[in-house]
Design a protein around this ligand. Structure first.
Ligand SMILES: *Cc1c(COP(=O)(O)O)cnc(C)c1O
Length: 407
């Protein structure tokens, strides 16, 4: 055994109150639901998927829900349904998890990043309105909106708007959908971090032509791996069911493929887990709000830490992560190191998409291109958070923070 391993094990044994970065909220209900599937022979394309889809459609209040293998695969199918093809443009946020831009790249389309609102970290609707208007008038596009390495080749059309509901707070959808409608853009909500969230009393997923929820184990609810598309359009519902299933249409036989499709199916074990989690979703979201409230109390008045403050339009916050801003006199990286030394994990979150190495290589972005996103990327720190976190764990994080902050 290496010395590091020995030290790590010693540390773990010595730690009376471990605090994981995140943890799924699972009970007997979930374990029994998955075990029940394993006593049948129906492990894919079965009744569990149908009931999970029904539960998400009912909770969201959107007529159609289509289970898929991940949030990312769901977003990819939404980009396809929006008619986005090679060289087309899609406006999206650079302050997000990389999947919200990757799904555009999968179709050889070009993400047009627009900077975010400093309060919410979601797309700045006024800037999006300027961008859309410039694209419509074919004005200032090259120097203001296109990626640096694409400024000479203008071949695409602006086709869609893909707002991200970051950290469980819905983007400014009233303004964004108005802009999109006026320019006939498809709207795809990346609601992967926002199941159950409300904006002006309306749920995430009800604003766009389609929206996607994701169920990776760190999300508000999990299926292991998995995602769900919701859409008001019956034709899109059919299209998504075909695309996730190798391009088969409902009336196709197993070896008939009407279009290029994918294997983006969600298996029955995952779907059963998801259906069970849906029964507990409201309780789980309430528990996460409780944990966030404990943090809010524990961090109040700490110099150098700005706790999250949901916007007025957010009538229900679906707490996905607990992200604070570490500002002067504190320094984010010093705080992270101090927490780590006490055995408490934390993560910079998000790391701006336009500065990811492969995006920089392809599109020629540099620091300075999206100042608000970069500022948020520099100061944001996700603290350990989950619905099963106990008050003593939250207090331990807060007291450690207090100790590592400059006094
Ligand atoms: C988690 C997440 C996704 C992708 O979900 P996966 O299920 O991991 O593919 C997409 N966008 C955002 C903003 C996310 O947080």
């Amino acid at each position: 055994m290496t010395d590091t391993l020995v030290t790590l094990q010693a540390m773990e044994q010595a730690d009376p109150l471990p605090v994981p970065m995140s943890a799924p909220d699972l009970t007997e209900l979930e374990r029994e639901a998955v075990a029940r599937v394993l006593r049948t022979a129906s492990l894919s394309i079965g009744p569990e998927l149908a009931s999970f889809e029904k539960a998400v459609a009912a909770h969201t209040g959107v007529p159609h829900a289509i289970g898929v293998s991940s949030g990312t695969s769901g977003l990819h199918l939404c980009v396809i349904a929006s008619g986005v093809g090679a060289g087309d443009y899609v406006i999206t946020s650079p302050f997000s998890f990389v999947a919200s831009a990757n799904c555009i790249l999968y179709e050889q389309a070009v993400p047009i990043f627009v900077d975010v609102d400093p309060e919410t970290g979601n797309l700045d609707a006024a800037l999006v309105a300027e961008a859309v208007s410039d694209f419509e008038r074919r004005r200032k596009i090259e120097n203001r909106w296109l990626p640096p390495s694409h400024r000479r080749e203008r071949r695409g059309r602006l086709k869609a708007l893909l707002p991200v509901h970051a950290f469980g707070q819905v983007a400014d959808m009233q303004a964004l959908t108005t802009v999109a409608r006026s320019a006939e853009l498809a709207v795809i909500e990346d609601a992967c971090e926002a199941i159950g969230a409300e904006y002006q009393q309306r749920r995430a997923g009800t604003f766009g032509d389609a929206a996607v929820f994701a169920f990776y184990p760190n999300k508000q609810m999990t299926t292991g791996e998995g995602g769900m598309i919701v859409t008001p359009h019956a034709e899109w519902d059919q299209l998504f069911r075909s695309l996730r299933n190798q391009g088969r249409d409902v009336f196709d036989s197993w070896l008939a493929h009407s279009r290029l499709g994918y294997n983006y199916r969600l298996d029955e074990m995952s779907a059963a887990l998801g259906a069970a989690q849906m029964q507990r979703l409201d309780d789980m979201l309430a528990q996460r709000a409780q944990v966030a409230a404990w943090y809010g109390e524990g961090l109040a008045g700490l110099a150098g830490i700005e706790p999250p403050r949901p916007a007025a339009a957010t009538t229900f916050m679906s707490w996905f992560v607990y992200v604070v801003r570490v500002v002067a006199p504190a320094d984010r990286n010093t705080v992270m190191r101090g927490l780590a030394a006490a055995g408490i994990p934390s993560r910079p979150y998000f790391s701006p998409i336009h500065l990811q190495p492969f995006i920089r290589d392809q599109f020629g972005y540099q620091r300075g291109d999206f100042p608000v996103t970069e500022y948020l990327g520099d100061v944001s720190l996700a603290l350990p958070f989950s619905g099963v976190m106990r008050q003593d764990q939250v207090e331990r994080v807060c007291s450690t923070l207090r100790a590592v902050l400059p006094s």
